[in-house]
Design a protein around this ligand. Structure first.
Ligand SMILES: [Fe+2]
Length: 276
């Protein structure tokens, strides 16, 4: 993708979001703030998960505990529910980085003890993105259960489109290194807010949208050069927090230690790398 098309797509997105009265407030007070924390004071990107190739959010296994017919609700917490309060907010975009409204998001997760409610609907609920393509879930940090790292399950479906089944993950979890299902591309950005936590994640669905109908964006942006002062990002390399690399001519700083894998290129995993 050339720079002109990137710019035009961003411009379209900003215009689309600005058209909604609620959008600027949501952007400033919601996920953008969480990203600001990670970005170390940089001006937050409006579309951090949708700015470089627009890779659709990857699919993951549904697992054994999905139940259909969850209640429609954005708040899964009932009075007296134990656990650390967590909000998860973000946007759902299509392939042109335009937000999609009325997208169904069906969440399910374990309770604080790592147990799923398989008889009722505790910690299960579905909701729809609003006119700005935004969603917000109020829940708790799910507990751990044997064999898995901490995660939240979700099904995401734009109107009339196929269902995306995937999972969301938490940064800095020890089991992220041993869970074979874990994928860093699905890491939320998580920050503390008092005793609660605020997670942010933007989904990109494989939904064609008008601005890209005349172009076919590349599926990846491989590095083309190595500016002075940095090593080129490479699969199989172990990076420590603070490590600096270049990728596609852009410099990035590692936010948490990991071993690079295909698909975890810096622009694709904002929870692992920030531009800088
Ligand atoms: Fe699970």
């Amino acid at each position: 993708m050339d720079e002109d098309s990137k710019l035009s797509r961003k411009t379209v997105l900003r215009a689309a979001l600005a058209a909604g009265v609620a959008a600027p407030v949501a952007l400033i007070g919601g996920p953008a703030l969480a990203r600001t924390t990670v970005a170390g004071g940089q001006v937050p990107e409006l579309t951090p998960a949708c700015h470089d190739g627009d890779e659709p959010t990857i699919e993951q296994t549904e697992g054994p505990y999905f139940k259909p017919n969850s209640p429609e609700r954005t708040d899964l917490v009932t009075p007296g529910t134990p656990g650390t309060r967590l909000t998860v907010s973000g946007y759902v975009f299509g392939r042109a980085c335009l937000p999609i409204s009325r997208v169904l998001l069906d969440f399910w997760q374990a309770d604080v003890n790592g147990a799923y409610d398989n008889t009722g609907y505790t910690f299960r609920g579905h909701q729809y993105t609003d006119a700005q393509g935004a969603f917000r879930l109020s829940t708790i940090v799910p507990g751990l259960y044997p064999g898995r790292t901490r995660h939240i399950h979700v099904k995401v479906q734009a109107p009339g489109r196929p269902i995306l089944t995937t999972q969301l993950y938490f940064p800095n979890e020890p089991r992220n290194n041993t869970d074979t299902i874990f994928d860093a591309r699905l890491l939320m950005t998580v920050r503390d807010n008092g005793s609660a936590k605020e997670g942010a994640f933007d989904f990109v669905l494989n939904v064609p949208q008008t601005p890209t109908s005349t172009s076919n964006p590349p599926t990846s942006n491989p590095p083309t050069s190595t500016p002075p002062g940095g090593t080129t990002w490479a699969v199989g390399t172990s990076y420590a927090a603070g490590a600096r690399v270049t990728y596609g001519g852009q410099g990035y700083v590692c936010l948490q230690g990991h071993t690079a894998q295909p698909g975890w290129e810096p622009p694709a995993v904002p929870a692992l790398w920030r531009a800088g």
